[in-house]
Each structure stands twice: as C-alpha cells, then as structure tokens.
Ligand binder design. Structure first.
Ligand SMILES: [Zn+2]
Length: 149
C-alpha cells in the first residue's frame, strides 16, 4: 500500500464508514464537509483505485466504490510507519503527548494500564538513541532535560 495524502484519507473514511458508496454518495458527503469540487473528489477516487485502496464496479451509470484495505489495519500500518521514522529515545515522549491529547474510553484506559504494567516488568531504565550520524545531540539533550527537571 502506497502512502495516502490527507485528502485521500478523508475519502477512505467516507468509504470505510459506508462500506460501499457511489461516487455520488462520496461527493455529497465531501462537498458538504470540505467544500471540494466534484472533479477533485473524482481525481482522489481514481488515485485510490490506482493505489489499490478502493475497488470499483459500474452499477448503471454510476461507479460504486468499496474498500480493498481495512480501516484498523491501515491506521495501524500508517501510525507504525510514522513511528518507525522517529528516534527510539524520543518515542516515549511522543506517545505520552498523544495519550495526553487523546480522548480515551474507560475500556481503552484499562487496556493501556494492563499493557503498561506488563511492559514495566521488563522495560530498560533508558532507551538508547538510534539516530544516524555523529551530529545527533539526542543523548546530550536527554542529559540536559533530565538535569533541569
Ligand atoms: Zn536520537
């Protein structure tokens, strides 16, 4: 699966929600929500078919679109790909901020608490920086921030 743009994600969210949608359905939702032109939405649909994210069948005069990729799997893959680009040392801080800024259900929180309790049993004291090159200052910054906290 190739990377999707923000606009392509918006289209996928409509199709994931509806399960199957005609170009007319998708245009109606996005024209209202985003004020996008019909031609813009049709271009996005063509790109998503080319990327194999959507399947299309012709029903009468309209095309029907169905997702070829699952929402949960795609969300996890994209989030995982993004996290893979970060320095290992900084991932904890990013996750902490994400948790802080995310509305979580009681069930989500219970799962996170159980997971963290398990991870705490084997977690290292510190996570090493895995940046490339000698110009990385992660270790120094970490030392500085620990010193001032
Ligand atoms: Zn680093």
């Amino acid at each position: 699966m190739q990377e999707m743009s923000r606009a392509e994600w918006e289209v996928m969210r409509v199709v994931w929600t509806k399960g199957a949608a005609t170009s007319g359905d998708i245009i109606a939702v996005l024209a209202q929500k985003r004020d996008w032109a019909d031609s813009t939405i049709k271009t996005l649909l063509r790109r998503l078919v080319a990327k194999k994210a959507l399947a299309t069948t012709k029903a009468g005069r309209q095309f029907t679109y169905t997702p070829r990729i699952g929402e949960q799997a795609t969300m996890q893959q994209e989030a995982g790909d993004f996290f893979a680009r970060l320095c290992d040392m900084k991932k904890g801080a990013v996750l902490t901020t994400l948790v802080q800024d995310t509305t979580l259900s009681q069930a989500d929180i219970a799962k996170l608490q159980a997971l963290l309790a398990t991870k705490a049993k084997t977690a290292p004291t510190q996570v090493a920086c895995n940046c490339l090159g000698d110009t990385c200052t992660c270790e120094m910054k970490e030392a500085t921030s620990n010193g001032t906290d």
